[in-house]
Design a protein around this ligand. Structure first.
Ligand SMILES: *Cc1c(COP(=O)(O)O)cnc(C)c1O
Length: 469
């Protein structure tokens, strides 16, 4: 009778497997360490299986070497895929923070790669041959686009707010409306940031109403800043009142106190022109006289992650000297992507087509319908074992921007016949190019708003693979 010990001896050795023809082919493309690791893991799996065998199962136990090799190849493929990789966003949420927020424009590819793969002018002034400033590259174009005197860039908007408050209000008081003590996703809470900066928070007004006199009465010897925060991700509706930036600026001027506005999702585009809710533009805040305005690079602006600070030169100068600036500094990839993205804004007519975020937000309903029809036909003609229908729905802006906006869209809804909808969603998510969808009732929803045309093929192939084997 066969004994367990004897079966263990049947397990192929790592060295033997490495000489297999298929594995040798694999080794031409994949690091040896990855292959060896995958072999070891598969062997370990077999070993565990043997340990769990009952005595009466021992006799029939076989090791299928072909299958083992296939499993190794599968594991190698999995290990050899980048963890951070492309997914297909079929949720319709345009600024999906978990899926990477803004997509960069195809138009900036070359500029970005040139800087990334070569030496560059990062901190080098060509004219003088001396050390230059890494911020100079974008400062000019930011001031041109916004009308501000000066500009600088840090890692993100949270860092920008912290840097501004640390520079202007450390150990002093900052007056802010209770209606604007916001929490943005990812644990960015205005009161926490202020505490971190060493500024003292002076809350005025109530949740729904803050009057001009509330600010005025709160001003003291200790007041360093009047702060206005855009309530990006929620709205207080109904019986409400807030003080306009213009009025705050007037008050600040009279009292000789700078006014800072965190507008969150900075935009240069007036979205009301495209039938969407109006978001405050950076230009308007600058024009209204804000001393400092901060905003994100990868929300509605459609660029890389960054925090952009614009405003009066004397304040920006002070900030550049703050050690936080060094700690929050952006790298050359960010600067290249930001400069190239900002250059697209010089051509206002084309920019909404060139920047994916703007394109997806302003696409007409007719165009959405066309897109949905095209995907629907492709799916209908190729995919079986499910019902496929179109229906009207809404997509969201996301990224804590325009919370009330419900953009009309067309959804493709798919109901699998042989597996549960949850299993279906999971398989889509685990497809080699992950397809991220929404579930509603017992169907998976695909919103075409956030899909690129070349992704239609991947979706069709993915569905065929999952539903038809
Ligand atoms: C999003 C947001 C932030 C944080 O910006 P990040 O670039 O994500 O750091 C800060 N303030 C407001 C009002 C925001 O909307």
């Amino acid at each position: 009778m066969a004994k367990k010990q004897n079966i263990f001896a049947l397990i192929p050795k790592v060295d033997e497997l490495l000489k297999d023809e298929k594995i040798e082919k694999l080794l031409e493309k994949v690091p040896r360490i990855t292959v060896v690791e995958s072999i070891r893991e598969n062997i370990e799996y077999i070993r565990k299986k043997i340990i769990k065998l009952n005595e009466d199962e021992v006799e029939d136990f076989k090791i299928d070497e072909e299958e083992l090799i296939e499993n190794v190849i599968q594991k190698v493929t999995l290990k050899n895929t980048m963890n951070l990789r492309k997914v297909i966003n079929a949720t319709g949420v345009v600024l999906h923070t978990n899926l990477g927020r803004a997509l960069l424009s195809d138009a900036i590819k070359e500029d970005l790669w040139n800087v990334a793969s070569s030496y560059s002018t990062l901190e080098f002034d060509i004219d003088s041959g001396k050390r230059g400033s890494r911020y100079a590259h974008v400062e000019e174009i930011i001031t041109k686009l916004t009308g501000a005197e000066a500009a600088m860039v840090v890692n993100n908007n949270a860092a920008a707010v912290l840097l501004v408050l640390d520079t202007l209000a450390k150990n002093k008081e900052v007056i802010v409306s209770r209606g604007q003590l916001v929490e943005i996703g990812g644990a960015f809470r205005v009161p926490d940031v202020m505490q971190q900066s060493g500024a003292k928070l002076v809350e005025v007004g109530t949740t729904n109403k803050t009057h001009f006199s509330d600010y005025k009465n709160a001003i003291s010897e200790e007041t360093a800043v009047l702060l206005k925060v855009h309530t990006s991700n929620y709205r207080i509706l109904g019986f409400t009142e807030e003080v306009s930036l213009k009025d705050l600026v007037d008050l600040g001027k009279k009292s000789n106190i700078p006014v800072i506005e965190d507008i969150g999702s900075g935009t240069f585009i007036d979205f009301s022109k495209y039938g969407l809710y109006k978001e405050p533009t950076v230009q308007e805040s600058v024009l209204a006289g804000a001393d400092i305005v901060t905003f994100s690079g990868d929300k509605l602006l459609g660029g890389p992650q960054a925090g952009i600070i614009v405003g009066k030169e004397k304040y920006i100068k002070e900030m550049k000297k703050n050690p936080y600036t060094r700690a929050f500094r952006v790298d050359k990839l960010t600067l290249a992507a930001l400069e190239a993205t900002l250059r697209l804004y010089l051509n206002e007519k084309d920019v909404i087509y060139q920047i994916p975020t703007l394109r997806m937000l302003t696409i007409s309903f007719d165009k959405i319908k066309e897109k949905a029809d095209a995907l629907y036909e492709m799916l209908k003609n190729n995919v079986k074992n499910c019902t496929i229908e179109k229906m009207e729905g809404v997509s969201q802006v996301g990224g804590g921007s325009m919370p009330l906006e419900e953009m009309p869209t067309v959804l493709i809804r798919i109901k699998p016949e042989n597996i549960s909808v949850n299993k279906f969603e999971e398989l889509l998510r685990n497809y080699k190019t992950p397809i991220i969808t929404r579930i509603s009732e017992d169907q998976v929803l695909i919103d075409v708003r956030t899909l690129k045309l070349d992704e239609f093929y991947i979706i069709v192939n993915g569905l065929c693979h999952i539903l038809m084997g």
